[in-house]
Design a protein around this ligand. Sequence first.
Ligand code: ADP
Length: 388
Amino acid sequence: MLGSPYNRTGNQPLTLGILGGGQLAKMLAQSAYQLGLQVAIIEHGASPAGAMTKLEFPGGWSSETDLDEFIKVSDIITLENEFINPEILERIAERRLCFPTSETIALIQDKLIQKQTFNSAGIPTTEFGAINSVEAAIEFGSVHGFPFVLKTRTLGYDGYGNATIRNANDIHAAWSKFTQTEEPRELMAEKFVNFTKELAVMVARNRRGETAVYPCVETIQENHICRVVIAPAQIDPALQHLAKEIALACVEAINGVGVFGVEMFLTADGKILVNEIAPRPHNSGHYTIEACHTSQYENAVRAVCNLPLGSPDMIAPAAVMVNLLGERSGDGIPDSVVDSLKFPTASLHLYGKSGSRKGRKMGHITALGKTADEALESAIGSARALIW
Ligand code: ADP
């Protein structure tokens, strides 16, 4: 469907429904509006993206009436987070086109199935295995060595679901933390990767299978949260090329439609291993708004609407994105942005969240430069000048 963003019979813009109302949904919505679409947002409570539209459903998908109305007003539906119950996605798919599909999401939500899917497609990952008992974890450590990483198979984000196991004594504590709770989780283990850099590539793929692969970027995490993204990654051109090929293979392996963030490790011996894939716009792709011909958000909208994709190429030699994380609990409104805006190549994005807490993603800054160092200096300078 969709040769035009207008519905000819009613002369109404088509409506893109987005499951989720956070910053990714907000930036998706901005691109949808640019292309002449309308946007509907369903989220549990008020949200940055919900505030942009009259078609806001704050009861979330756990409210039958809000979900029903949301589906009714939407022509095509997409999502900003992968933690949606697949049954809800299947119910939506019975009534509307929904991308990424529930089949794709089912291959991603469980990190064990995700890695098995990639390995079956010949995509390199670290060694991993299902862990169903403390004994199995001890066995994994004795085969693959310590440290290793114990992970919840589902619902992990920003490192909350991960524990680094340094020796057999760490296993009991991690086991009880993840399994002896109200909602016990299934676990997997991964051999610890001695990486020199973490890399990421965004890939857009439309319903005809056309693809746009963005440059490989370097992501720098602190406490498992991405702090800085450097685009392009300062790596050998052959590794740039390889990372893009691997990312594309990941998206094809799950028959993905939409935009996907593929996170990878560059190892000390020059190998690229896939860590995980996100079936939605990704933090590591914020830089594409200013730095690429077509942003990840615009290509996500184009992809799910089956429109031709725009060029993912960069329009500046380098870009750096810095996340603005909450420093304390509060209203999340900066006291002053004045000095932050005095950096001419830096663009400030504030998400408009209703409250801040330590580590919460409140906004980001992207700066362009002739070199990565120049862009970094400007992005960091602008971020430091913001007064919270
Ligand atoms: P989440 O889904 O919570 O983002 P990830 O599985 O992506 O969790 O892991 C978060 C971070 O933990 C990664 O960015 C990386 O720094 C580290 N990490 C994850 N898996 C491994 C591994 N097998 N070896 C070494 N570090 C890892």
